[in-house]
Design a protein around this ligand. Structure first.
Ligand SMILES: [Zn+2]
Length: 187
């Protein structure tokens, strides 16, 4: 979710009232267990709090994510949004963006690497843009002929129709990393 800061606590140093801010999927964790100490808050042994539909450990209420009119959040779970980026462009980055960025970064997508992206819905769309920005060659795999042009318009170097066996051989053995954004069993 994204929004404008309307108030800050006395220990907040990164934000002032009026700043634009983004909040991702995780808003709270214990900060002292072995997982939290390795920046793996997702695996917090005391339980992680998600921005949406989690029990807030401090108030006992539920978190309502972007459906909230206002949101109180730890500074550590809040990102600064540059004015030049704007709220509409920043919002998808705090969910689909980080989801696509994390494996691309972990597996070192970049110049000289070929990244295959399976599916171009919300995640695939943003994965194309991030992989290209990292300098990788991007090949999109889609079942939909109508999405081939979309894939190229979004920056993909090539798009393969996965329903076409001949096309599927084109990059066989040449892709360094696949990002599978399709929830169906594709094998
Ligand atoms: Zn923890």
């Amino acid at each position: 979710m994204v929004g404008k800061v309307t108030g800050v606590g006395k220990n907040v140093t990164k934000f002032e009232v009026g700043d634009l801010a983004a909040v991702g999927c995780i808003v709270d964790s214990c900060e002292h267990c072995h997982a939290c100490e390795k920046d793996l808050e997702m695996f917090c042994t005391e339980g992680v709090t998600f921005s949406f539909n989690s029990v807030d450990k401090h108030t006992g209420g539920l978190t309502f994510g972007g459906f909230s009119k206002s949101y109180v959040c730890k500074e550590q779970a809040t990102l600064k949004v540059p004015e030049s980026l704007g709220l509409a462009a920043a919002a998808p980055l705090s969910c689909a963006g980080i989801t696509a960025y994390s494996p691309l970064r972990h597996w070192q997508a970049g110049p000289g690497k070929v990244v295959g992206i399976i599916g171009i819905g919300g995640l695939g769309h943003i994965a194309i843009k991030i992989a290209k920005a990292m300098g990788a060659k991007v090949i999109v795999y889609t079942t939909s002929p109508a999405k081939v042009d979309d894939a190229k318009r979004l920056g993909a170097d090539d798009a393969v129709l996965s329903s076409n066996e001949q096309q599927m051989t084109k990059y066989a053995g040449k892709v360094d990393l696949f990002i599978d954004t399709v929830s169906a069993n594709t094998m």
